[in-house]
Design a protein around this ligand. Structure first.
Ligand SMILES: *Cc1c(COP(=O)(O)O)cnc(C)c1O
Length: 559
């Protein structure tokens, strides 16, 4: 049987396993009407329609899904591609999360502009490796340009600066990476190596490690200071860099959710007293839970005064810089030493791309590595100063976004999100039975359902501090949890859930709905419908017992 006939046959398994048949898989697709081509066509026509048709809305139990992925044995024989795709559509795609759905406003992952899809295909087809120029050629200058544009967005240095540095072998304006986590690790890696650089008798922490570093600098320990709203990736960074998770010192926030500057100053002073060196201050610009922004200018003043590295984690909030209207929210960011921005969040690039930008293009020299076979001295290879080695050219997609949307386009998208979030917060404020918990600065807000009479009861001073109200709050936390899950299980709308410190009750956590308004397809009508569904669920059987218990405790009749 010749190979051609063999591929046209309908059998699932390849009966003739030969290197010839496998080579064919590398080069020529199966016949055009095969499932994969069909899927590809549907996707190209209308992604949202494809997902609506292929992703089932009702929740399937995770245990049931696990049963479909239960075998740990690699299949022995090759199968036809079409057979595999059929399986994939049924078992995987159908039970994925429809991130395009405009009613899913609980996460930072949302719809993508359609051009990202064919462009990703080109990226995969070219299969460049931006670790070095030999395997990426024009992709290296393109990536450096993207870093330059983003650097300019944040730091706005003079034209001559970019003319000098954009493609200079001795510097980098930043590093592209897989996301905010790696960006934060990279920033703290640079900060650490700068703090414990080489000096007479000491080769530097990069070579000599921690114990010699502390001895050479006469320090008892080394810490990083960040607000209590800092992202957990900082803790991972402290772990991998040998700083230690306990040495990420959490600084309390003010009621508005941004770092308490006075306490920050006090903590720095007490670190000095204890012989602890502060490697970096980390400011959050758009916290993951509430979207709060630290006072960047004030933190910059402290960092400059104390000679401490200032890193701004703007993984989420960075794109606000595109907007003339909201740029000022991040005032002071240009004084930072390093800044993290995620492109796979508010720049609408597919999952897997973030970046860290350095104000000083020579910063990354402290983490630079050379390997004779791959990274030579004086080369422009990006891999010499990135944590990751082999890396896809995701920057091509950021490059596309920057050109196709332009600064104004991205600015409008940001403004649209912030405006929609403000609208939602007004809806919540006006509704007697909802409580806005964090007022949005950007496009994230938190709230909860509290029947109106109970809100009044909780707010009255004699109840506020009572033992009973703590028990009521705990029951409310349960109710919020149940309502959030019930809504998710219905499948049409999704908000996420988190816990925040309670403003009135010290030590108590408040469970809240968390909403991220980033999907441009979300409409005002959807927001109204989300509140309406939550209201219906609150009147239903799922939480009835809780309302009864609350009534017994507080004497307030609810539903
Ligand atoms: C999302 C986020 C991160 C982590 O980024 P990943 O891309 O998930 O690795 C870090 N910091 C903040 C503020 C974030 O919102």
């Amino acid at each position: 049987m010749c190979i051609k006939e063999f591929y046209l046959s309908d059998s699932q398994a390849l009966t003739d396993v030969s290197i010839d048949s496998l080579l064919r898989v590398f080069t020529v697709p199966e016949k055009a009407e095969a499932t994969l081509n069909q899927v590809d066509r549907e996707l190209s026509l209308d992604i949202a329609a494809f997902l609506n048709a292929r992703v089932v809305a009702t929740e399937k139990d995770l245990a049931e899904i696990e049963a479909e992925f239960a075998s740990a044995v690699i299949p022995e024989e090759p199968v036809r591609v079409a057979h595999h795709i059929d399986n994939l559509m049924e078992k995987l795609v159908a039970h994925s999360v429809n991130t395009y759905a405009p009613g899913f406003i609980g996460h930072m992952t949302s719809a993508l502009p359609y051009f990202m899809l064919p462009l990703s295909k080109i990226m995969v087809a070219l299969n460049q490796n931006v670790v070095k120029t030999e395997t990426s050629k024009a992709f290296t200058p393109m990536e450096r340009q993207v870093l330059g544009m983003m650097h300019h967005l944040v730091f706005a240095r003079a034209e001559a600066f970019y003319r000098h540095w954009l493609h200079h072998a001795d510097g980098q304006l930043g590093a592209m990476c897989s996301g905010g986590t790696v960006a934060n690790i990279t920033a703290l890696w640079v900060a650490r190596n700068r703090c414990y650089g080489p000096k007479p008798g000491f080769a530097g922490i990069a070579k000599a490690g921690w114990s010699q570093a502390l001895a050479a600098y006469g320090d008892r320990d080394a810490v990083v200071l960040v607000s209590e709203r800092g992202h957990y990736s900082l803790s991972k960074a402290a772990d991998v860099l040998g700083i230690g998770r306990d040495n990420i010192r959490s600084v309390p926030c003010t009621d508005s959710g941004s770092i308490d500057i006075q306490q920050l100053s006090d903590i720095i002073a007490s670190c000095h007293d204890r012989g602890e060196r502060v490697i970096s201050l980390v400011a959050v610009a758009g916290s993951t839970e509430t979207g709060c922004i630290d006072a960047l200018d004030e933190m910059a003043v402290i960092a400059e005064r104390e000679g401490i590295w200032l890193h701004v984690d703007a993984a989420w909030g960075g794109p606000a810089l595109f907007s003339d209207k909201h740029r000022s929210l991040l005032k002071g960011i240009e004084r930072a030493d390093s800044v993290t921005i995620d492109a796979h969040k508010q720049m609408y690039v597919p999952m897997g791309v973030g970046m860290v930008l350095f104000r000083d293009p020579e910063s990354q020299s402290s983490i630079r590595h050379h390997a004779n076979y791959i990274i030579r001295q004086g080369s422009k290879d990006l891999g010499s100063s990135t944590l990751e080695g082999s890396r896809p050219a995701m920057s091509m997609l950021v490059h596309a976004g920057l050109h196709i949307f332009g600064r104004r386009g991205y600015g409008l998208l940001v403004e649209n999100n912030i405006q929609r979030c403000k609208y939602f917060s007004t809806l919540i404020d006006m509704a007697a039975d909802f409580e806005l918990v964090s007022v949005p600065v950007l496009n994230i807000l938190t709230y909860r359902y509290v029947p109106a009479p109970l809100q009044r009861w909780l707010e009255s001073p004699e109840n506020a501090a009572s033992e009973v109200s703590v028990r009521v709050e705990l029951l409310l936390n349960q109710a919020t949890q149940i309502l959030q899950r019930a809504q998710r299980e219905r499948g049409q709308y999704f908000v996420s859930r988190t816990s925040l410190p309670h403003a009135r009750q010290q030590g108590l956590l408040k469970t809240v709905f968390r909403v991220v308004l980033a999907n441009p397809l979300t409409t005002d009508e959807i927001l109204t419908a989300i509140l309406q569904e939550q209201r219906e669920l609150a009147a239903g059987p799922a939480v009835k017992v809780l309302w009864q218990e609350i009534k017994q405790l507080s004497g307030v009749a609810l539903i």
